[in-house]
Write a protein that binds this ligand. Sequence first.
Ligand code: CMP
Length: 143
Amino acid sequence: MSNRTLAILKPDCVRKNLIGQVVAKINEAGFKVVAMKMTHLTNESASGFYEVHKERPFFGELVEFMTSGPCVPIVLEKENAVADFRKTIGATNPANAEEGTIRKMYADGIEQNIVHGSDSDENAKIEIAHFFSRKEILENYGL
Ligand code: CMP
């Protein structure tokens, strides 16, 4: 069981000026931020990131949305990070998300759902490497 997961505060989160509130909720849930940046995904980068969904009917829209403005990828650390973070953000569709979850509180719909969270330890490793080099992660700053 890995203690890291990748979150992305999606372009709707950035546009709605909710970065601070969402990071605060994440910290309150016990996660430590060990890497964070703001970036504007290219088509190629977003398509690569969501490669597993490329046969889905919503793939084109998903890539368009994820490239529609800057987003904020974050590496989070906590025991049981992947599963606990998915609990913290709630169901993909905010209509099905539990009260108090980040998507229930802030998301408008299944596509514009504020935040991404890795779905397995294996994918967390791949997704973290998509955005961050080793030296961009806190423990490797040499502080
Ligand atoms: P995320 O956790 O980032 O992983 C894949 C994303 O695809 C998901 O969040 C949603 O934003 C999006 N998604 C999933 N299902 C649908 C759907 N039926 N229509 C549009 N977007 C979807």
